[in-house]
Design a protein around this ligand. Structure first.
Ligand SMILES: *Cc1c(COP(=O)(O)O)cnc(C)c1O
Length: 348
């Protein structure tokens, strides 16, 4: 494999510390892990291996291909993987993956599961007000789930990252009303932000995703969560841009004075968003190196006035997802899941 010009440094300690913090905040509830979208872009296999070691037993993916990609990691143990998009017609015949089960979310999926896996254990998603995936509480009341072997009955909060939003309590009440109406062994409602809503929202199992990976969806989690992923890139060229000259596409940045500039191996094709043009920041040790001009597909220009940066040096980028989301206007979720495939990934 040729040497890659940019890197993603990933911290096992930070990932595990975040899961432990979320497990602690989940109180008596078990704490799972959403590892869909390849572990939010960090690498589902690496994430699952580390969280299994830490004691996590409940993993969530979007589809069967994502389940298949990690299923061997749970063989022989007591962990399970829930497939959030359930069983579509096109998923049949289902791959034989021990410990993997669907989260059924429509009456058609329930019927399909009854016919392809009679008595088979499943989870069920109920819609309590988000109007995304899920069966309706009225359908449950009418007997839709009767006789089904359900491990976890779950619902998803639309506004957990707005603690004061009235819909949180509405969804919780609709969910509580279903307790005892099904044979479900466990109830689960909270994602990362939902955990911070408090014990009333924890039920038996929590399902954090974003916060595991260093994202902070609500201020209440700020002190508990640390960054997991840091981007670094190599300097390809250094130059002095004379006062009045411009840098990059569309000449959006004009040098106010003669300025030392470094061109580095990172761009929007790596997930370094174009919205960070003239706004992002890299660091050489503690010296801040502002992004100047447009972010290109594979290249970025940095103002290196503050540090002695040379061709071949490596610089690292701002790894605080809250801060990067703020300056770019791009959500922490999109920043993480948008990380490109060209990084050399270094887990420590
Ligand atoms: C993605 C997802 C989660 C995790 O949400 P975060 O906000 O990333 O913590 C939990 N539950 C369901 C159903 C999801 O789709």
């Amino acid at each position: 494999m040729p040497h890659r010009p940019n890197r993603l440094y990933l911290s096992s300690d930070a990932l595990v510390a975040n899961w432990r913090a979320l497990a602690r905040l989940s109180g008596a509830a078990a704490c799972g892990a959403a590892v869909k979208a390849d572990g939010y872009g960090l690498g589902a296999r690496e994430v699952v291996a580390r969280l299994l070691d830490a004691g996590c037993r409940d993993f969530f993916v979007a589809n069967w291909a994502e389940a298949q990609a990690i299923a061997d990691l749970i063989v022989g143990g007591d962990a399970t993987i829930a497939v959030l998009h359930g069983v579509r017609e096109a998923d049949l015949p289902l791959p034989d993956l021990p410990g993997v089960r669907p989260v059924l979310s429509t009456p058609a999926q329930v019927a399909r599961w009854r016919s392809v896996a009679p008595g088979g254990e499943c989870d069920v998603m109920v819609d309590t007000g988000m109007n995304r995936l899920g069966v309706a509480p009225a359908e449950i009341a009418a007997g839709l789930l009767d006789g089904l072997t359900i491990d976890t009955l779950m619902s998803h909060l639309a506004c957990a990252d707005e603690p004061g939003h009235a819909l949180n309590a509405v969804q919780r009440e609709r969910f509580v009303a279903l307790a005892g109406r099904t044979a479900a062994r466990r109830l689960s409602l909270a994602n990362s932000a939902g955990i911070a809503l408090g014990a009333d929202y924890h039920f038996d199992l929590t399902r954090p995703g974003l916060a595991l990976y260093g994202g902070v969806p609500v201020a209440a989690l700020a002190g508990a969560i640390c960054p997991v992923a840091t981007i670094a890139a190599e300097v390809l060229q250094c130059r002095t841009v004379r006062a009045g000259e411009t840098v990059g596409y569309n000449a959006t940045w004009t040098a106010p004075a003669d300025t030392r500039v470094a061109i580095v191996n990172l761009g929007y094709a790596d997930g370094y968003r174009r919205a960070l043009s003239d706004r992002g920041c890299a660091f050489a040790r503690d010296a801040a190196l502002p992004v100047i001009g447009r972010v290109s597909m594979d290249l970025i220009a940095l103002d290196i006035s503050a540090a002695d940066v040379r061709e071949g040096d490596w610089v690292r980028f701002d790894d605080d997802p809250v801060h990067v989301a703020q300056v770019s206007g791009v959500s922490q979720y999109e920043l993480l899941t948008g990380l490109g495939r060209r990084f050399a990934r270094h887990w420590s």
